[in-house]
Write a protein that binds this ligand. Structure first.
Ligand code: ZN
Length: 133
């Protein structure tokens, strides 16, 4: 596992969250992207070697909408960059972590992703990601 690639933050409304984070980070949102399979619209910021991903639900039944309902807005997941996501998934599965998807799937920002169940990580949703070349 390499560096923290990004931190995902659940927000109710990107229209208000984007300008707020632009002010906070003093850097512009460089990409907005809908991930239809996850029912989210994402907005990305680069800060040094890491990124911030804001996530807004496109659907009241979506995972982000349900997360906000339960816990309120805030940190939703931490994503680690991998060079070989499949090898990392195999390693973590062997170590007893629960993978939320058995095959890497297409995520935002041109990446293959896999999530680990927070039950196995002391409450934090972990994302593995690998840039698609
Ligand atoms: Zn993410």
């Amino acid at each position: 596992m390499l560096k923290i690639e990004h931190i995902g933050i659940a927000v109710k409304n990107l229209e208000t969250a984007i300008p707020l984070y632009e002010k906070l980070l003093n850097s512009p949102c460089y990409k907005k992207e809908v991930v239809a399979s996850e029912n989210v619209t994402t907005a990305f910021f680069v800060q040094g070697p890491n990124k911030i991903e804001l996530l807004e639900s496109t659907n009241p039944e979506g995972v982000i909408a349900r997360f906000i309902e339960k816990k309120g807005e805030g940190i939703h997941h931490i994503a680690f960059e991998t060079t070989d996501i499949r090898a990392e998934m195999t390693r973590l599965k062997k170590e007893g972590f629960i993978l939320l998807n058995e095959e890497p799937k297409m995520g935002a920002d041109n990446k293959l992703v896999c999530f680990l169940h927070p039950k196995g990580t002391m409450g934090t949703l972990i994302e593995l990601c690998q840039e698609i070349g």
